[in-house]
Write a protein that binds this ligand. Structure first.
Ligand SMILES: Nc1ncnc2c1ncn2[C@@H]1O[C@H](COP(=O)(O)OP(=O)(O)OP(=O)(O)O)[C@@H](O)[C@H]1O
Ligand SMILES: [Mg+2]
Length: 258
């Protein structure tokens, strides 16, 4: 039976969909069978991030309504046969919570990981996405507002009996952390008393690549470490400050600001 992990946040726009796509790719590269489920029914975009929008015929709503079989709605990511997507393209379709959970359970029978991309907020869509998962990754940026929402979300997850939770800190600027202008992962652990599974640097170039990140980039290394942490339940998280330490690091920080 595969692991069902919801990628959630509370606050919108912090990187849930991006993390779902890049983590899915990293897990598939490590040989895992992965399916990504777009549970953001109203503002779906996981198909777009993966560059699969033109391939969509059926979606999650069709499966829950019995319009098609689960297999017919699943899309395979080109070059990665072990990475699949169950898209959402009916923004007004009411997806029933029990039917959603049954779909996720069916997927978990043949996959190692089912990653559920959750909508922002903590209303019905959140409850539906979370109720099908036994684990959660809470994505946040290192800002006060996102961290407060992440903290509240951790409380809701606990109330919904999802106890295996960890944070993914996204859009971290190593130069700003090194100069003390942005919270570090250690600061966040002290503030929220939570496990941190990953630290993903701010990286615009890598993100224009339909979920895939060029090998060797900081973003690629960070997502790989996150994937290993997810598989093993422990491990190293990426340190975005390492190139900004020492005399050469000060010069890089200065150049970044200039
Ligand atoms: N590490 C990163 N570096 C730079 N940009 C990023 C990073 N992560 C995400 N982004 C950008 O932030 C924006 C929001 O990301 P994304 O759509 O993944 O957030 P979300 O939490 O899924 O949003 P929503 O709550 O609307 O579903 C996108 O433009 C994405 O490319
Ligand atoms: Mg999203």
């Amino acid at each position: 039976m595969g692991r069902c992990i919801v990628i959630t946040s509370g606050k919108g726009g912090v990187g849930k969909t991006t993390v779902t796509a890049s983590l899915g790719l990293a897990l598939a590269t490590l040989g895992k069978r992965v399916v990504l489920v777009d549970a953001d029914v109203t503002l779906n975009n996981l198909d777009l991030v993966l560059g699969l929008e033109a391939a969509v015929t059926y979606d999650l709503y069709d499966v829950t309504m019995g319009t098609c079989r689960l297999k017919q709605a699943l899309l395979t990511y080109p070059d990665y046969p072990s990475l699949k997507l169950l898209p959402s393209v009916h923004p007004l379709g009411e997806v029933d919570k029990t039917a959603f959970r049954e779909v996720v359970e069916e997927l978990a029978q043949t996959q190692d990981f089912v990653l559920i991309d959750c909508p922002a907020g903590v209303d019905d869509g959140f409850v539906r996405a979370v109720s099908a998962a036994s684990e959660a990754l809470v994505v946040t940026t290192p800002t006060a507002t996102a961290l407060r929402d992440a903290d509240k979300t951790l409380g809701y997850l606990d109330a919904l009996r999802v106890s295996k939770t960890a944070l993914v800190v996204n859009r971290v600027r190593g130069d700003l952390v090194a100069s003390g202008e942005m919270l570090s992962v250690d600061d966040i652990i002290k503030l929220l008393h939570v496990r941190v599974a990953g630290c993903i640097p701010e990286d615009d170039v890598a993100l224009s690549m339909c979920g895939a990140t060029p090998v060797g980039t900081a973003h690629h290394q960070a997502v790989n470490l996150l994937a290993r942490y997810v598989i093993e339940g422990k491990g190293k998280v990426y340190d975005p400050t390492y190139i900004y330490r020492g005399p050469l690091g000060s010069l890089r920080r200065w150049l970044k600001k200039a």
